[in-house]
Write a protein that binds this ligand. Structure first.
Ligand code: SAM
Ligand code: SF4
Length: 317
């Protein structure tokens, strides 16, 4: 359905858990999360009911995310059920990749069509620093498992952090020459727990264009990503610039958190609770949420962090 500003809302990001086996410094605190009670979280049935209600309102694409979706016990059953819902045309999943060696093939069989895998560096020591876990080689094995499981267009997501990985733009982009992968650079968003990164950490994606003058426009519509290609590249280079280029006017998405809150803007504190509702109740609340989706957020900067009110792992980034 259309929101109050004429945007067709057809994309739902479904967070299936807040938990994660990594502790990326820009996303989650070292001590993990203050565990919510089991009864506060959506059950598998409620997640499926919510997607059915969303599909009836015009949602066509679902991205399963988290936290780390692959640590969720009943993930395959959720994917299978969501991919069978009438109206859902595409089911994708975002993961840190470390559990893909075991799960890539089962995910494909459960109806997941595309994978986005997060990888911020090609250096095992830097990986251990940024994720606070020693899982680099598992993540690389996971990327290889995704490619051999036959997913169409695997995308790597890299959060660009000044002084950390801006010296690796060329090496990361070169992966698109060697493999059938897209590489997407994402600007670091100042979320609730982003304080440890100083002023220089938010690097505009324009830095990618400066570092790679040979990039050519890919001539494809990448949605919120601006798409380029290296000459001879097998995949695209995408620039996702939530800080330097707000894309609110093109925003077609809503989010559902693992504890049942609909968030219609990543950077707004407004939430609509679906927990415990029956199907008509969920449909009514989703409709209201979509109609109240804000036109835009207020802008992000180190002085003006996100108004999300939650850490990224508890939203479903
Ligand atoms: N655990 C999965 C993963 O890492 O891909 C899925 C959830 S994670 C929250 C989704 C995406 O959000 C990841 O690509 C991560 O890098 C990104 N992310 C988390 N915090 C961010 C921040 N402060 N700024 C920009 N991107 C962020
Ligand atoms: Fe976990 Fe993903 Fe957050 Fe990293 S970005 S801590 S992998 S949820």
């Amino acid at each position: 359905m259309k929101d109050a500003f004429g945007r067709e809302i057809d994309y739902l990001r479904l967070s299936v858990t807040e938990r994660c086996n990594l502790r990326c410094r820009y996303c989650m605190p070292e001590e993990g999360i203050c565990k919510k009670r089991h009864e506060e979280m959506l059950t598998q049935e409620e997640m499926v009911r919510a997607v059915e209600a969303a599909a009836a309102l015009g949602i066509r694409k679902v991205r399963i995310t988290g936290g780390e979706p692959l640590v969720k016990k009943n993930l395959l059953a959720i994917c299978e059920k969501v991919s069978r819902i009438e109206g859902i045309q595409e089911v994708c999943l975002t993961t840190n990749g470390t559990l893909l060696p075991r799960l890539a093939v089962p995910l494909r069989e459960a109806g997941v069509q595309r994978l986005n895998i997060s990888l911020d560096t090609l250096d095992p020591q830097k990986y251990a620093y940024i994720t606070r876990r020693d899982e680099f080689y598992q993540a690389i094995r996971g990327i290889k498992a995704a490619l051999s499981a036959g997913f169409g267009r695997v995308k790597l997501n890299t959060v660009l952090i000044g002084g950390f990985n801006d010296d690796e733009i060329g090496a990361l982009a070169a992966l698109t020459l060697a493999y059938p992968l897209d590489v997407r650079f994402i600007e670091l968003m100042p979320m609730v727990d982003g304080r440890e990164f100083g002023r220089g950490a938010m690097v505009s994606n324009e830095k990618v264009l400066e570092a790679l003058p040979q990039l050519e426009p890919a001539g494809e519509d990448g949605g919120v990503a601006r798409l380029y290609r290296l000459p001879g590249g097998q995949g695209n280079i995408g620039l996702i610039s939530p800080v330097s280029h707000r894309f609110c006017a093109r925003c077609n998405r809503i989010r559902l958190t693992a504890d049942g809150k609909v968030k219609t803007c990543l950077h707004s504190g407004a939430e609509y609770d679906l927990k415990g509702l029956d199907a008509p109740g969920m449909t009514a609340r989703l409709r209201r949420a979509i109609l109240e989706k804000p036109a835009c957020h207020n802008g992000l900067s180190p002085e003006q962090p996100s108004g999300a009110g939650r850490q990224m792992n508890a939203i479903g980034g």
